[in-house]
Design a protein around this ligand. Structure first.
Ligand code: AMP
Ligand code: ZN
Length: 117
């Protein structure tokens, strides 16, 4: 599997940069965002390096399905089941993506405005 040497999320997935995992399995790791923008702000990353959602292909269907089903479970684990949460998947420059390793944001603990900025 391609693991770009300079990819910070690959390093987190490999345990080279230690984080306190909120959830992990053979395909995903979830941990707190270093710069939270909401009272609860968790990142969920695949262990596999995909630079963005736009890079995912047929071979990634099971991984993407697994992630989509795990996101609400992880949100529930951090106490967001009752009041809800927002999942964000920034993609590319205009999507606001800054780390080029696919990741979902779970945001909660306050009302999320719409439309986003
Ligand atoms: P995005 O703008 O969607 O690419 O989000 C990247 C997110 O990664 C930002 O919210 C950053 O705060 C977060 N981030 C960057 N480096 C780390 C790190 N070492 N640990 C946790 N979160 C990080
Ligand atoms: Zn990576």
């Amino acid at each position: 599997m391609l693991m770009p040497e300079d990819c910070i999320f690959c390093k987190i997935a490999a345990g080279e940069i230690p984080v306190k995992p909120i959830y992990q399995d053979d395909q995903l790791v979830a941990f707190a965002d270093i710069n939270p923008v909401a009272p609860q702000h968790v990142l969920v990353i695949p262990r596999k390096h995909l630079s963005s959602l736009a890079e995912a292909g047929e071979a990634d269907k099971a991984l993407l399905g697994h992630a989509m089903l795990m996101l609400p479970k992880i949100a529930a684990q951090i106490g967001l089941a009752a009041d809800g949460f927002r999942i964000v998947l920034n993609t590319g420059k205009n999507g606001g993506q800054t780390v080029m390793h696919l990741h979902w944001h779970i945001l909660g603990g306050r009302y999320m405005e719409w439309p986003p900025g």
